[in-house]
Design a protein around this ligand. Sequence first.
Ligand SMILES: [Zn+2]
Length: 260
Amino acid sequence: MSFVRSFSVVAVAAAAAASVVIAQPAAKAAGKISVRWLGHAAFEVTSSGGTRILIDPWLAQNPSTPDSLKPVARWSGANKPAAILVSHAHFDHAGDAKALAQASGAPVVGAFEWVNTLGLPEAQAMGGNVGGTMTFGDVTVHIVPAMHSSDPGGRPLGFVLTFADGRSLYHTGDTWVFGDMSLIQERYHPSILLIGVGGGPYTEDAATAAFGVKKFFTPATIIPMHYGTFPALNSEAQVRAAFKGDARLAVLKPGETRSF
Ligand SMILES: [Zn+2]
């Protein structure tokens, strides 16, 4: 019990620290991190400095993505992301990455072996591997492991984004809860978790995700993803039930943006 209680104390402290950062005058207007859920595992994350990172962009055929956000052309020109991160090669994560890169000129970050199959210009093919780091504007992307598979090519990944104010965001990719999450917490202390909760045959369910958060992490915000897209996946009601009223749970609607 003392183990559980100590985590709760840390969580309260982390939440308090996050609110202090937001309350600082210099950071009040420009210090927010914006997170827009595009449906399933797809997100647009915008730093306080305006760096926009697109993660797992399966959009055109994604039944959860709002129609206005589906077209490839929507993500070009003024809306071009600084980088497109892809956790693994399955269609529901990598779906539109190549088309978006070709239309926008944005680089694709993912497993080295998979990125090299895309046929992109060298400057846009930013393959990496676990432990790798890349910087885009005021955002640094750290590549971390995930426990899943990837076909065709590469391996499953997660991403930790670190920001200028010291906060960080962790997109788990598709995974089961795994012991190295304790190292991700120790190394990066993510304050925003984008965590897979879908369950079904392929990934951890919402109850397991909630178990993992309690065991390993002290975030200020927990944003569930990879649920509700297909009948086999957990529903929003199941996700809410699994987190048992946790005030840190931020359930977004597809297309919705929240700032932290
Ligand atoms: Zn998936």
